[in-house]
Design a binder for this molecule. Sequence first.
Ligand SMILES: [Zn+2]
Length: 417
Amino acid sequence: MEINSDRLWSRIQALGEIGRTKEGGVTRFAFSSEDRKATDQVMEWMKEAGLQIYTDSIGNIFGRRNGLEEGASVLIGSHIDSVVNGGKFDGVAGVLSALEVIQVLEENNEHTKLPIEMVIFVNEEGSRFPGGLMGSMALAGRLPKDIVDTLKDSEGITLREALNEFGLSPDKIKEAHCTKGKFEAFFELHIEQGVVLEDQNVPVGIVNGIAGPYQLVVEISGRSGHAGAIPMYLRRDPMVVAGMAIQEVERSAIEEGETIRGTVGKIEAFPGGHNIIPAKVEFTVDYRDIDPENRLRAVNRLKNFIERQCKKRKLQYKIITTQDTPPTILDQRIVNFMEETAEENNISSFTMPSGAAHDAMNMHSLCPTGMIFVRSREGLSHCPEEYSSKEDLTEASSLLLHTVIRTANGILEKIKS
Ligand SMILES: [Zn+2]
């Protein structure tokens, strides 16, 4: 049984035309007309593959293929919404490979013991309604209670209004919550969005964990003054410590563990002028790791560093934690069995963590979860240049196919015993 790589590729290209930007990227926000058009297109293909289609109250779309027996289904899928001027592979590769897998089974008249379902998760990117991962959060019962009224887009439209306009049921979003046991397992194929696979010269990644972000906002305050009039020895300049702290973010990320990443992505000086010593500097820090202890060591090291330097230079500081999401460690049984499946099918793979967040993080709380990465060209993502080759997509989809067949025939039950 083989993936029809031409069909998979041409569908990815076709979906890339919906919401296409003049730069050749895609802008397709959740609950937009482009989103509607794209999901309609995928649903048409789902019907072609013989799937029974249904939508839950938050707008996740499912397609089901019955098994020979009743029981928990094997779920596969991803998202098709995008960021502003994003790429055509992010999310789409996962949805269309899921569809491809089920269609290949159907065409080969291959029946599995358990049912298989595909899913298009709604609002993964959070481009219009911030936060993202909304569909999988709803499934996992993790959505904040009054989110439909508190969450607004940039024009002040509430999630409730958007859901209503889309023909969904904002008062029933709780019903999207699934019980444990509904799914035998969840698998998501996704582009890597990084450079590890390219560096390893391997087409396919098997994800063993998803890094959790720990985010801080640091404010350092000193004394403003004229850039010419204040001699160096009399200054209390917060920018200097901010610069040193940024270097410390890099050093701590390099030294506190192999998988940790540290980033300062935004910095602002107040009042902000080329001839003014700033009174205050504010910057963000983002640490991520699949090992929470590395992350904590780096955070504490940075905090101590800032404290020491501010004391030395008579500056004040404030550090606010804005996010502390624990990393997700994926089930080792799943990782092992996927590695075996890849080997048996001559698919060369590399086991690695994911630095970016994915719907799989939420699904992990419901059922055993696995992720497959596809090599990205130059690690480019969330931009028109995002690219994965047809060959790599086929290899990764092939691993998904064989993983799904074995799971839907009850391999997890065997591993348990
Ligand atoms: Zn994505």
